[in-house]
Design a protein around this ligand. Structure first.
Ligand SMILES: Nc1nc2c(c(=O)[nH]1)N[C@H]1C(S)=C(S)[C@@H](COP(=O)(O)O)O[C@H]1N2
Ligand SMILES: [Mo]
Length: 227
């Protein structure tokens, strides 16, 4: 083999890598006009309309989970697997956050006041192992959804027990629901029952039905366009 051929092979491989990177940039929206950060500065994500009410979306079942039988299991790749009863959970430190809701069905609702246990506190308690990369939510209505650990590990993610000072209603996922404001609201599991830390991703209910695996509203990650 001549050194020329080796050179072509060498640059051929380089080019493949550049193409792979550019495909990734396209998926990330990195070369669109305005950076993702600039677009994120718009409070209303693209394609959304503002509503004043709070729509209810579910699978047709709104489970009734009295706090006396409610349990939250946190397991998988964690140093300290935990099962909380209601009184134990509500003894954990509570935080208050105000955030906006963006549903993939194109409604957004501003200024929701949440109260609950922060994701950061949960991470402090259960301590994910280094191999943990994904967080999988399991709900009492059999719903599941998945997020990367980095999306859960943020200062505005919480497990909410109150909305505007009142216990979260049954239709909105009480006694406890997840709130991850920076992703479309289908990632915010209602009636949360179990949180699993996993090395491997486990696409959830909507993610296996054509919805995007990440669901960033400012990147309009609504549907899985790779399928
Ligand atoms: N357990 C559970 N969580 C869920 C859902 C569901 O059907 N079951 N629907 C998701 C969807 S698609 C949305 S938009 C929001 C709706 O929450 P809301 O009814 O409080 O507006 O919950 C998400 N979390
Ligand atoms: Mo939704």
């Amino acid at each position: 083999m001549t050194s020329d051929n080796e050179g072509v092979g060498f640059f051929g491989r380089i080019k493949d890598k550049l193409i792979d990177s550019k495909q990734k940039w396209a998926r990330d929206g990195r070369l669109l006009t305005g950076s993702a950060d600039l677009r994120r500065a718009n409070r209303l994500p693209p394609g959304q309309r503002l509503v004043q009410n709070w729509p209810v979306l579910d699978l047709g079942v709104q489970p009734d989970i009295p706090t006396s039988i409610w349990r939250l299991t946190i397991d998988g790749l964690v140093e300290h697997p935990t099962v909380w009863k209601w009184g134990e959970f509500t003894d954990e430190p509570m935080v208050k956050y105000r955030s906006d809701i963006h549903c993939v069905t194109a409604w957004s609702r501003y200024d929701n006041d949440w109260e609950g246990v922060s994701a950061r506190h949960i991470l402090d308690v259960v301590k994910p192992k280094p191999q943990a990369r994904h967080v999988i939510f399991y709900s009492y209505d059999t719903y599941t959804t998945n997020v990367p650990l980095e999306a859960f590990d943020d200062d505005d993610t919480l497990l909410a027990i109150k909305w505007h000072g009142e216990p979260i209603s049954q239709e909105h996922g009480g006694p406890v629901r997840v709130v991850i404001p920076k992703l479309y609201f289908w990632k915010s599991a209602k009636w949360i029952k179990r949180i699993e830390f996993s090395e491997h991703d486990k696409p959830g209910f909507w993610e296996v039905r054509g919805y995007h695996n990440n669901g960033d509203p400012w990147l309009e990650e609504r549907y899985d366009t790779e399928a």
